[in-house]
Design a protein around this ligand. Sequence first.
Ligand SMILES: *[C@@H]1O[C@H](CO)[C@@H](O)[C@H](O)[C@H]1NC(C)=O
Ligand SMILES: *[C@@H]1O[C@H](CO)[C@@H](O)[C@H](O)[C@H]1NC(C)=O
Ligand SMILES: *[C@@H]1O[C@H](CO)[C@@H](O)[C@H](O)[C@H]1NC(C)=O
Ligand SMILES: *[C@@H]1O[C@H](CO)[C@@H](O)[C@H](O)[C@H]1NC(C)=O
Ligand SMILES: *[C@@H]1O[C@H](CO)[C@@H](O)[C@H](O)[C@H]1NC(C)=O
Length: 391
Amino acid sequence: MSPMIRIRSDEEEMDRVASSVGMDSSFRLVKVVSFLVIFVGGVILGLTASSHVNRYITTQTDLFFPTNRNPPIREMEKCLNCPFRSFLKPDNLTHSMTDEELFWRASMVPTKEGYPFKRVPKVAFMFLTRGPLPLVPLWERFFKGHEALFSIYIHTPPGYILDVSNTSAFYGRQIPSLDVQWGGITLADAERRLLANALLDFSNERFVLLSESCIPVYNFPTVYKYLIDSVRSFVDSYDDPSRYGRGRYSKNMYPEIKLKQWRKGSQWFEMNRFLAVYIISDTKYYRVFRKHCKPSCYPDEHYLPTYLNMFFQTLNSNRSVTWVDWSKGGPHPATFGESDITQGFIESIRNNGTVCSYNSEQTSVCYLFARKFAADALEPLLNLTSTVMKF
Ligand SMILES: *[C@@H]1O[C@H](CO)[C@@H](O)[C@H](O)[C@H]1NC(C)=O
Ligand SMILES: *[C@@H]1O[C@H](CO)[C@@H](O)[C@H](O)[C@H]1NC(C)=O
Ligand SMILES: *[C@@H]1O[C@H](CO)[C@@H](O)[C@H](O)[C@H]1NC(C)=O
Ligand SMILES: *[C@@H]1O[C@H](CO)[C@@H](O)[C@H](O)[C@H]1NC(C)=O
Ligand SMILES: *[C@@H]1O[C@H](CO)[C@@H](O)[C@H](O)[C@H]1NC(C)=O
């Protein structure tokens, strides 16, 4: 009996409220009518949905062989219940987002000042590779003991599985990747994909692009301090009047991009979070490159230098922190092997007598990384870490 009484008294309560706002006896009728409307509406909706689902099941093999098209909404719903820390930093770099979905998500920037957690800024080391990473033992030595201050991201050819032990800093750090053609727009796509994946960790503050043939020439604390304390980013950007520079500009890029804004630079960049967000958020200018920077144009050598020159001049130092030797000429820089590695050689990269601007000072430390080093350079390099590179 008591539940009945309960319902009745609830109804009476509603009636009382209804009459008090002047709807009196017609309220009951309104209730009945609206109930009917909702019920019929529900039935119609249910029928439509089930016929849609039927059609869906019969026509969409996706349901049985899911591709990566469906999940984002489901993933997000699920993740409202995820631990807060997995929002701040994905536990696992594997995901099924398309680039479009990933870039959109990575472009989100908190507006509220401060963080509801202790944020220790990290450097994201992003390796763009064609497969193996022969110099991993050198990098592992470089990273050892600094685990809280860096993250690693690796873009390999799709399907390639990097063979490293489960105790390595490189273990489980491959991001979902796509095919890359040297010199084409897919190379710039991969750079942006690395940036976007690294942006998902809110602690990453600086972003360095490296290849399998890069080495560090200073120890971790020096590199970390240099990058974290820098006011500007290190993206090589200069005006090259030759056919290898301005010659690659296409008139079809006008008016979005003008010849006087066109810049060239090494693809091996370093940038801060602020710029990284803008890079992966840009659609307008990237589309112009995708459409008109070909053939023999090399988007990876022009997109970032040009884009930063157009919008963020004051935030860029216009120089790269990755040393490379172009002195031998040709389309590829020099590669150094076992017999080239001497104490004097590495010391000359660390300090070759030139000075560079750093914040408002001048410094002899211009390069933190160097390329290109062959696999057989590993042993002699490991021999020099404690004496020359100090790690
Ligand atoms: C990450 O997730 C993928 C797919 O869900 C799984 O196969 C893989 O083992 C996970 N990796 C780690 C390191 O947990
Ligand atoms: C790492 O691999 C070893 C075997 O190679 C295994 O015994 C160990 O449980 C693994 N550790 C983790 C954390 O997966
Ligand atoms: C970088 O180059 C731009 C012109 O392209 C210039 O305005 C800016 O001052 C340069 N930055 C530095 C640090 O020299
Ligand atoms: C130092 O290295 C830079 C970059 O490779 C080069 O341009 C410059 O000429 C070098 N300076 C000396 C003194 O070797
Ligand atoms: C490493 O250094 C040791 C002694 O310092 C030397 O005997 C050895 O030949 C070196 N190895 C390489 C590959 O340079």
